[in-house]
Design a protein around this ligand. Structure first.
Ligand SMILES: Nc1ncnc2c1ncn2[C@@H]1O[C@H](COP(=O)(O)OP(=O)(O)OP(=O)(O)O)[C@@H](O)[C@H]1O
Ligand SMILES: [Mg+2]
Length: 352
């Protein structure tokens, strides 16, 4: 029984509201990711769940039991801290063994479990080193082994891959996900990296300034952002003001009528979120069943296999459009921007 329920949990530091009133449920065996920019309250929320930060108000339940006032050691949660927090005077093996010794487990079993945990994170050969003799990525993996070895009912990971190189990050990400699934371990994973969040999670909790902006599956959040903030954070580089006139119809500021395919409750003033890679440029007008408007190329950035353009519509709206690297357009050139009706998604007008 390891379902986690947060009920109106918040954290204030004096005047600073680190986490606004937050309610959410993380199902047993689920991997949920807290995603958001630096300072949005990810670590604070995770630490309240782990018991390392007192809540200002609200309740935290695990498997139906109120743990709000329990010390960390009584919560049986494995925690990987953002700064690893290894014991500096203990070897790698001693760091990993620590939680088991606290639980008064026999020496032989400890040795066995430490060995298994270290080989899982590929550090068996460094068991006798001190933390200061390890790289940042190696220390991060010791922290992961230390969290797993106690066979926790809940695993809390605060940016557990941030210090690994790209290849190791990919491997460890897969490893964590396989392990989490095979043990059906209820897990919260904190990151500010969208790609990591999309590929590892059952569901995402997108946060901004201490507030939950959206909770949903990776596909929900990526394809149907609930706010301008989420759209911007998930890579919709264009947020174009639009007047929504009814189902499937809208008008840009320049008066251009556009078709919008996705259902949306928004009427009146809104923003049309468009990804640069879902738009195209051409030197001639395109067929009438796509949205198309004339524009001027302002700037371009060569990106290897493609080119990123900044184009300006005649009403001064600027759009980012990704184009092919062959025969690029030049600054000052006139062009037609086009996108399919189903490429855009509507969000309420507001701060991105
Ligand atoms: N002990 C503290 N005293 C005062 N303010 C704090 C304290 N700890 C955190 N904060 C503030 O609370 C907010 C949330 O911090 P938190 O560490 O949870 O962010 P985060 O989302 O984990 O960011 P990052 O991605 O940089 O790790 C920040 O504005 C931070 O400055
Ligand atoms: Mg943090």
């Amino acid at each position: 029984m390891s379902e986690i329920v947060l009920s109106d949990v918040c954290k204030h530091y004096g005047e600073v509201v680190a986490v606004q009133s937050t309610s959410l449920r993380i199902g047993e065996g689920e991997l949920v990711t807290f995603l958001g920019p630096s300072g949005c309250g990810k670590t604070t929320t995770l630490r309240m769940i782990g018991g390392f930060v007192d809540v200002t108000a609200g309740r935290i339940l695990v498997g139906g039991t109120d743990v709000t006032r329990l010390p960390p050691a009584k919560r049986n949660m494995g925690f990987v801290f953002q700064n690893y927090a290894l014991f500096p005077h203990m070897t790698v093996a001693e760091n990993v063994a620590f939680g088991l010794e606290m639980r008064k487990i026999g020496k032989a079993e400890i040795a066995d479990r430490v060995k298994t945990a270290l080989s899982r994170v590929r550090l068996a050969h460094l068991a006798d080193r001190l933390p200061k003799q390890l790289s940042g990525g190696q220390q991060q993996r010791v922290a992961l082994a230390r969290a797993l070895v106690i066979e926790p009912t809940v695993l809390l990971l605060d940016e557990p891959l941030s210090n690994l190189d790209a290849k190791l990050r990919q491997e460890m990400k897969t490893e964590i996900r396989l392990l989490q699934k095979s043990l059906a371990l209820t897990t919260i994973f904190v990151t500010h990296d969208q790609d990591e969040a999309l590929s590892v999670s059952d569901r995402l909790v997108v946060m901004s300034a201490g507030k939950v902006e959206q909770i949903g599956t990776p596909r929900d959040v990526f394809e149907r952002p609930a706010s301008a903030f989420v759209a911007d954070f998930m890579g919709f580089t264009n947020l174009v003001p639009v007047k929504v006139e009814g189902h499937g119809r809208g008008q840009l500021r320049n008066g251009m009528a556009i078709a919008i395919d996705k259902e949306s409750p928004i009427r009146g003033e809104g923003l049309l979120a468009l990804r640069a890679e879902h738009m195209s440029l051409s030197s001639k007008p395109v067929s009438s069943d796509v949205n198309t408007t004339e524009a001027t190329i302002e700037a371009l950035t060569y990106r290897g296999s493609f080119v990123d353009y900044l184009v300006r519509l005649d009403d001064e709206t600027r759009l980012q459009v990704r184009g092919e690297a062959q025969s690029p357009f030049a600054p000052g050139q006139r062009t037609f921007v086009a996108w399919q009706p189903d490429a855009g998604t509507l969000v309420a007008a507001g701060q991105a």
